[in-house]
Design a protein around this ligand. Structure first.
Ligand code: ATP
Ligand code: MG
Ligand code: ZN
Length: 384
């Protein structure tokens, strides 16, 4: 018997991505050693970025599967080690790719990532549900999507994605976003503090630091779309965001019964002060589909037209068209999906709520990636 070809084993390993960094483990310096003997046994030593890496099982499984496919391999032995401080700082340099620390990649003029900030006038209108479902729907459409949960009062996004108790891995000063089974990566302001209840007390400068940390110190890789779940109303986070990421576009979520003027006032003031464009309004809990006739017969238990009034008020105020992006029905499986960590667009994709959310996501994807879909100002230097 001849031993398996090491070059072929290396090629197989090059197809295994680190689950958090989402790049080949061979490129990241994680494969320390590969041996093969003439019984067909291949031994691979993989260096994890940190000891106790939560992804160790996934990496072991994927390395084993990839190497098993190579011709002549009869058994695979994966040994795990940990990178030295020096190796980690080398990896950090590789990942930063020459970009200075504390620089927000999405704020660079050549950034192709679309940033959508999801805002609302008040809490509890379904902002986080809309955020995670739009993100998942876009990921299903093949886009690379990340979510920053910047809602200091809620930070419920990780739970909705089934990663409530996962802490992010850190490589030196670089934080890895938490991967979810659906392929969407997430960082929550709640993950940056040891105790969850601590965050609520944060004010101005601390919040600003946390926001910059989530944007600049997190290795997001090459994202198509970044969603930000903002705290309701105007506030410190919105002000920071306007300063650091003026190119973000705002999606306003409201319900039919909210006072249109008030929602438009709160969400709109934030956007206009920060020169961010409001690209549309999502009305949530718009109606209950009739149990007998379905979505054709809408039981409008919270009233009618709130979202359209918000859109019209914002449009009049800004002097540009602010469209309604969609009307999401009340859908029990939407709430269940949020509670169980399996958002509705994935767990129940044909439910009335999921269909509307998928449609809204399709509309957003259609706006194109990066500069192509952006409203550029008249002068090349103007933001818009
Ligand atoms: N269309 C809907 N149908 C049924 N339940 C919904 C719908 N939208 C949201 N919910 C439920 O309403 C509750 C509040 O939603 P969510 O947490 O998304 O709102 P939020 O605006 O982010 O709230 P918070 O201000 O607390 O962050 C959740 O239990 C969610 O599952
Ligand atoms: Mg929320
Ligand atoms: Zn009916």
């Amino acid at each position: 018997m001849t031993s398996p070809d090491i070059a072929q084993v290396q090629a197989a390993l090059a197809r295994v991505n680190d689950p958090e960094i989402k790049r080949p483990i061979t490129e990241l310096g994680m494969v320390e050693r590969v041996d093969a003997d003439d019984t067909g046994l291949v031994s691979v030593k993989v260096l994890l970025t940190v000891a106790g890496c939560p992804m160790r099982e996934t990496i072991t499984r994927e390395v084993t599967a990839a190497v098993s496919n190579v011709q002549g391999v009869t058994a695979v032995n994966v040994e795990l080690g940990v990178m030295s401080a020096e190796q980690r700082s080398g990896l950090q340099d590789t990942l930063r790719g020459g970009q200075a620390a504390r620089e927000i990649p999405f704020a660079q003029p050549d950034s192709l990532t679309k940033v959508y900030a999801v805002a609302s006038g008040k809490g509890g209108v379904g902002k986080s549900s809309v955020t995670v479902n739009l993100a998942l729907a876009m990921a299903k459409q093949g886009l690379k999507v990340g979510i920053v949960d910047a809602d200091i009062y809620g930070h419920s996004v990780p739970a909705m994605l089934g990663v409530a108790d996962t802490r992010p891995t850190q490589v030196e000063d670089l934080i890895m976003p938490v991967p979810t089974p659906s392929g969407v990566s997430v960082i929550s302001i709640g993950m940056l503090k040891p105790r969850r209840d601590q965050v609520v007390a944060w004010r101005g400068p601390m919040l600003d630091r946390a926001l910059v940390q989530m944007l600049a110190d997190v290795y997001w890789g090459d994202l198509d779309i970044l969603f930000l779940d903002l705290p309701p109303g105007t506030g410190d986070v919105a002000i920071s965001l306007g300063q650091h990421l003026p190119s973000a576009e705002v999606i306003v979520v409201t319900t039919p019964q909210e006072a249109a003027a008030e929602v438009a006032e709160r969400a709109g003031t934030m956007a206009s002060m920060m020169h961010q464009r409001v690209i549309g309004v999502v009305e949530n809990m718009s109606f209950l589909p009739c149990p007998h006739c379905g979505v054709e017969h809408r039981l409008e238990i919270f009233g009618h037209g709130g979202g359209a009034r918000v859109a019209a008020t914002l449009g009049a105020r800004f002097g540009y068209d602010v469209p309604m992006l969609g009307e999401i029905p009340i859908d029990i499986s939407l709430r269940e999906g949020g509670d169980s960590g399996k958002p509705i667009v994935e767990s129940d994709p044909t439910s009335p709520g999921a269909l509307v959310l998928t449609e809204i996501a399709r509309g957003l994807s259609g706006r194109g990636r990066g500069l192509a879909g952006m409203q550029l100002g008249l002068s090349p230097t103007a933001k818009r």
